[in-house]
Ligand binder design. Structure first.
Ligand code: FES
Length: 92
């Protein structure tokens, strides 16, 4: 059976999201905490909108009316090498 992945970072499928919604998790923050959607390296840039669309389809709640989960810095992926670099210390 083919599996549609909605969150690549946390390996969450559409079926996982549907199961969670149908068991009572009906807002994005609840889904995020239950399934770890949006907690991967991309911080939800890929999956949050997909999950919001699935939630809209299943519950009738409009995406525009949903409270989007808080994104925590860094807003773009940063390598550990960049964070550990001594070059930034010398510049600053
Ligand atoms: S795809 Fe979901 S956190 Fe990156």
């Amino acid at each position: 059976m083919r599996r549609s992945i909605v969150c690549r970072c946390e390996d969450i499928s559409e079926e996982d999201v549907l199961k969670a919604i149908r068991s009572g998790y009906t807002d994005l923050e609840e889904l995020r905490k239950k399934l770890r959607i949006g907690m991967g390296p991309c911080q939800g840039r890929v999956c949050i909108q997909l999950v919001a669309k699935i939630l809209e389809r299943e519950t009738g709640k409009k995406v525009g009316a949903m409270k989007m989960p808080t994104v925590r810095p860094p807003l773009i992926p940063v390598s550990l090498g960049t964070l550990a670099s001594e070059d930034d210390e010398k510049q600053g």
